[in-house]
Structure formats: C-alpha cells, structure tokens
Write a protein that binds this ligand. Sequence first.
Ligand SMILES: Nc1ncnc2c1ncn2[C@@H]1O[C@H](COP(=O)(O)OP(=O)(O)O)[C@@H](O)[C@H]1O
Ligand SMILES: O=C(CO)[C@@H](O)[C@@H](O)COP(=O)(O)O
Length: 562
Amino acid sequence: MNKSYVIGVDYGSDSVRSVLVDANNGEEIASSVFYYPRWKRGEYCDAALSQFRQHPLDYIEGLEATIKDCLLKSEIDNIGAAVKAISVDTTGSTPVAVNAAGVPLALLDEFKDNPNAMFVLWKDHTAVGEAKEINLHNQNSSVDYLKYVGGVYSSEWFWAKLLHVFRADEKVRAATYSWVEHCDYIPFLLTGGTQVSAMKRGVCSAGHKSLWAEEFDGLPPNSFFSTLDPLLDGLVDRLFFETYTADQSAGQLSEEWAQRLGLTTSVVVGVGAFDCHMGAVGGQIEPYYLSKVMGTSTCDMLVAPKEEVQHTLVRGICGQVDGSIIPGMIGMEAGQSAFGDAYAWLKQVLLWPTKNLIQDIEEIEAHTREQLIATLEDKLLFSLSEQAALLPVTATSELALDWLNGRRTPDADQSLKGAITGLHLGTDAPRIFRAIVEATCFGAKAIVDRFVEQGIPVKGLIGLGGVAKKSPFIMQMMANVMNMPIRIHKSEQTCAIGAAMFAATAAGLYDRVEDAMKAMGQGFERTYIPEEKWVTIYAERYEYYKALGAFIEGKESLAITV
Ligand SMILES: Nc1ncnc2c1ncn2[C@@H]1O[C@H](COP(=O)(O)OP(=O)(O)O)[C@@H](O)[C@H]1O
Ligand SMILES: O=C(CO)[C@@H](O)[C@@H](O)COP(=O)(O)O
C-alpha cells in the first residue's frame, strides 16, 4: 500500500520547526528547526520598549529550509509525490500590514528595514495605550464587542497593534491595504495567493484576537472603529467577512512553491491557526482538561461541547470561539505572557557579568570565552533547578510575582510588572529562581481558579511544550501548587504534530480532526502527582501571592493618579 505523508509547520517565537509525519499512525519521519537569523541578531527589536518585530524573510527562509531538510532526511524514495498536505501554526496575535496583493510591506524595497512594516510579534506590548482605549471605547458601545474575548482587550492583539502602527508611521499607513495574521499569511503564500481579499482567514485568530463573531455577523462595524480613531475608517471593509476552521483546505500548493520545495501541486494546504491551538490537538486534548502549552509563555487551552457552554461567558480569559481548537466545540484560551521567559530573564541577569566583563580578560582566549558562555547558558537552568529542589519552603520564603511581561490571564493587563519580595542576606540565585518558578505556578493556578469561578470545571491538566518536557522540578511544583495531577505528553513537537493532524484532515485522509488525533496521537509519557507534604504550604503561600498581586496593582493605579 502506498503510504501518505503530511507536513506540520510550527512557527514559534524564536524558530520554525517542521515535521514530516506518516499520516496513518503519526510516526515522526523527520524534523527540522530553523532559528530566525535577523531575530537572533536582535534586529528590529527593543526589549526596553517592549518592541518585538519579525521580518517576513525570517519566516519564508525558515519555511523553505525546514521542509526541504525534512524531505532530505527522510531518505524515502520519491517522497515528494507521497506528501499529501501541509498545515501551519504560528504565534499570535502576530499581524502585519500588507498591500492589496497580500504582500507584507517589509518585503517591498521601500520598507525592507522598517519595523512597522514587519510582523508585530505576540509579545510586542507597544500598544498598551491603544488596548486601554479599545477597552474604554467598548464600555461606551451599545454592543459589547469584547464579550467573547474575556471582556478585556489586550495590547498583544490585532486591533491594538495595528492602531499603534498606524499612529506611529504615516508612510506605512498610506501603503497599507489590509492587515493579516501570520497564521493566515503562510497558507496564502504557499497557495500562491495574489489578492488579499481572497485570503482564507482562520476562525482561531479571527475569533480570539480580531473580535470576529457569528453573533456580530463578522467583525464589529466600521462605525465602532472609525469612532475609536478616524485613522481606522474603512479598514474593516478591507479585512474579511468569512472565516474557516483549520480542518479545511486553504487551497493547493502553487507551482512556484511546489518547485521550491520539491513537492507536487496536488498538496493540500490547510487553513492556519495559532500554535497552542494546534498544539492542544497534537497533545490529544479532552473536554474540560486544561492543555497547558508551556514554553516562552503559556497558552492554556480548553475545549467543551457547544451545547454545554455556549451561554457561559468566561471573564478575563483570551477568548472563547466556536471551532478555534476542535471544529464543533467551543475553544477557550487563557495564558501567561511570561513563563519560560521569566526563567530566561533571571538567566540573563545572572550571566550578565560573564557575558560582558569576561570580554576584557585577555588571559582567556576568545574561543574559551565563547565555550564558557555557551556551557553556562546550557547548564544554568538545570543546575538552578537541582539546587532549588533541595530548598525548604516556608511561609517566609522569598515570594515573587510572575508578571514580568504583564499579565495575560486573568484580566489582561500588559502594563503590570513583576516583583520579588522577602529578600534577605541569605537570598541566593537558587532561592530567587525557586520563587520565580513558584510564581509562575501560582499564575497558572489563578487561571484554573478563574475557569472554575466562572462555571467551567477543570477536570485535569495536560502538560505540553518545552518546559513541560525539560523540567521535572517545575512540573512537580505545578502539580503541588495546583493540587492536581499533570500528565505530560510524549510528543517533542506537539504543535507541529497537531499541525500535521490538521493537514491530514484537510487532505481528507480523516473525516474529523478527532479521528486524526486518535490515529496519529503519541500518548503520554508520565504523570506528576501532587505530594501531600507540600500542598498545604503552597496553598498558604498562594494567598500571599494574591495579596502581593493586589498590592502591586493598587500601587500602580496610585502612581498613575499622582
Ligand atoms: N531546563 C529548563 N528549565 C526551565 N525552563 C527552561 C529550561 N530550558 C529551557 N527553558 C525555557 O523554555 C522556554 C522555551 O520553550 P519552547 O517550548 O522550547 O519554545 P517556544 O516557546 O518558542 O515554543 C524558554 O523560555 C526557556 O527559558
Ligand atoms: O498567544 C499565543 C496564541 O494566542 C501564542 O502564540 C504565544 O503565547 C506564543 O507562544 P510561545 O510561548 O512562543 O510558544
């Protein structure tokens, strides 16, 4: 029997990963990773301003390189003809300004080095002011357009970002015809789209970030946006009306891309969606289980049958959208803006002297310096975890707040900041690390609490993503803090595998993505069980965490009024 293969492409924050998968059983034949070169050099970004932009060429080069690499590594004869479909997931909201042909402005010579003409990465928070304005504007609207996105609009999302760019850059504004999400752009590119008006937009990005809802007959009307800012007048008519679930086809591979990749034009390209949504499917999500994709940030995904939850609005999450994860079910998303990024921050602080001062020590040869830095970079989090695991936890241990990149859920507010308290002369690096890890676990508990308070039961936890796989220390603490077992999925590339499952469904190899999930899912590798002896102290400290959060929030609003 001829085998069928599918490709899943997962665009993360730092790299794009592709997997070539046997569509019958989910066996991973090959995988390939490409780190965005311009992003790695820190180009077009300014962390102090929370500006994070990505050049479309980083994405396009990575797409070609990883898919070709997978095909080459597979060593399967005539593999090009056996690939049936490609699906793509990306971070989001990561939108870009495009011309009428759907070309991101940064691909035009005039804008090639202009960060405002590039993709505005999910973690770019330059639009904090615009998000606040959208929230106020909605309060004065006769229709609550934020009801399906948790009642609060975030600076991480589509409208806040595009309004910010329009205000900041007149030239970009004048050249813009429409705006598109990264996850909708890549399928459009692969299918050779030439008119942005014909681009198939996914319901996932549209519903969670752009305020598209069936109840509103699509996006909010032009009057909502033109009264927010006249610069937005008319834009909504150049965006989109229809949306599609990710099990549908966006078209077939164009002649140009078939040639570039060594595939055929009969390859089906699936409709795109966000990484964590496809990741939840790759990680075999079940109704009312919170699938936690734990990487740079977390995305906490939950599905529930439509008939059971369609009248329950959950406040303060990142949206509830019909079909955003599994077609036919309501997909709910919540998350933390910094999870692994909080550990990465501490790592960078601790490595600062090594990275900076060591350059001046002539006695150390250049390659030894580089080796030393690389080794420390590799080992630091593992070794901090080992030491932190040995520490006692008491009511007075150092306490931290995880809002280093603002707070996504509950109740998005990206202007909030992190904090560490309870420091003393005995506080060392492992103790600070322990407190930060604990804070990220408390942040995760606040999300579960919010779902439960709002009438959505959480029956269990599924752990996915880099941190879930790499850190037994963090996962055990998560189980202890939550007082709930957490099952870790086997898959190393859950998001890309999820994309491959959607590709197989879009190509018609399965009727429903649930069937693909069953046939291609890799199962779970281990479960962390709460340790009785720690549960009580974490429950006590969680109350301190909430009090610290309330204090910091109160202090900030005081500072603003002063
Ligand atoms: N040993 C470790 N312990 C805890 N966190 C880690 C460890 N190694 C890497 N990380 C964190 O994992 C995050 C990257 O997660 P990953 O899922 O690989 O990427 P992405 O979020 O781009 O999909 C980084 O923020 C990093 O700080
Ligand atoms: O916010 C979303 C999706 O809504 C994610 O794309 C974003 O958190 C990025 O995820 P990563 O942490 O890079 O895996």
